[in-house]
Design a binder for this molecule. Sequence first.
Ligand code: DX5
Ligand code: ZN
Length: 223
Amino acid sequence: MLQPAISPSLMCADIFRLREIIDVFEANGIEYLHIDVMDGQFVPNFCLGTDYCRRMKAGASIPLDIHLMVTEPEEKLKAFPFGPGDFVSVHYESTADVTGALNAVRERGAAAFLAINPDTPETVVLPYLPLLGGVLLMTVYPGFAGQKMVEGSLEKITRTRRLLDEAGRPDCRIEVDGNVNYEKAPLMRRAGADIFVVGTSSVLGPGDLNGNIRRMRRLLAEA
Ligand code: DX5
Ligand code: ZN
């Protein structure tokens, strides 16, 4: 079973405390920094961009987990700084050239993840398995923080884990993104997820950041 990892959603981090927040993440061994990139076309919102990623890469020691919610990702990812150790998620629904987009990530040494929306069946990942470091299951409709988990998400995580294992890919990660709160995170873990995008629903919500991280770690370890 893949060890649980935490990937805080930086769109939910207080920009006026970012340096302090990253220092706390580093002190707590946070595994990835989830950077939501939105172009106002694939999703009706705009979010973090290339300069943000460049600054984060230069100023933090934690690998990036870039979530591309953009059209033509195979083109737009060229503007982003990423390399070995980083993850880049491309949405299945965002391009006709899924293979090209995934290979454009892999050519730079990063791990390619295929992101799928709540209404997209997990079986779409099968043809791309040889290219994938992981699957990003959206447990909310992408574009905005603070939403509620979509009904059926836990069952989808379980089906995806089974699909990957039966396809000979027990090493393929499952990342969950959206409304990962203290009650749902253990359920998601038991269902088969191993990377948890945490935002306003938990770690980057109310309360002391150190305490929130420790609480999430404990819940995931005990799940
Ligand atoms: C949704 C975003 C997520 C997440 C934020 O598009 O990708 O980062 O929803 O966390 P929550 O859901 O806890 O506010
Ligand atoms: Zn995301």
